[in-house]
Write a protein that binds this ligand. Sequence first.
Ligand code: CTP
Ligand code: CA
Length: 225
Amino acid sequence: RGPAAATTDLAGRHVVVSAGGTREPLDPVRFLGNISSGRQGYAIAAVAAARGAKVTLVAANTELPDPAGVDVVRVGTALELRQAVLGAAATADAVVMSAAVADFRPAAFAAQKIKKVDGVEPAPVELVRNPDVLAEISAERARPGQIVVGFAAETNDALVNGRAKLARKKCDLLVVNEVGEDRAFGSANNEAVVLGADGSETPVPYGPKAALADLLWDLVAARFA
Ligand code: CTP
Ligand code: CA
């Protein structure tokens, strides 16, 4: 599929994309968060809409303009993201989980701002596990033939860790990023390998996040057929 060949190959499809990073509140003014900007997920949503899909974008704490023709649902926490994604996934042909979902949340929320007291050590923050939305969606497959795509940002042994993650999460495709300077988090560019449950391995050369998005939809569209 060349860039010149404008196509609406995703027409008639509903796709759900999650983007951004969840925030897990500690008190009214503080949270545990991560450095995801949401740019890769937004590019994936924008490209799907441009290729004719009906797109639901579940956006966690992003500061990006709504992509044209995309239905944006805003969420804050992992639990809110889970509810929005599971709800939209009920009618989806594909679900792409590019959001950075917090693995843990504080066990308790302090209704009032946590204060420091001179001479008193701070209390440790107790954490509990958040549900794994990607694993849940993969296991449930709200529609027969639904294609599920996960993301993995790895700092080391990206391919080995990625293969293990793909098997554990039971998704169809896993986009594996090696985190680094000028790629993945916060950057306009990305470099990745897309692993398939069928054993396939598709390298994505260093380039704009929209190029990765286009290639990803090629791989998904091939699995629709
Ligand atoms: N994910 C999710 N729900 C979570 C955590 C992660 O749906 N509670 C999804 C992410 O959106 C991503 C994929 O799972 O598509 C992989 O996230 P990652 O953090 O790399 O994987 P984890 O299984 O959480 O492994 P790790 O211990 O390396 O963080
Ligand atoms: Ca994680």
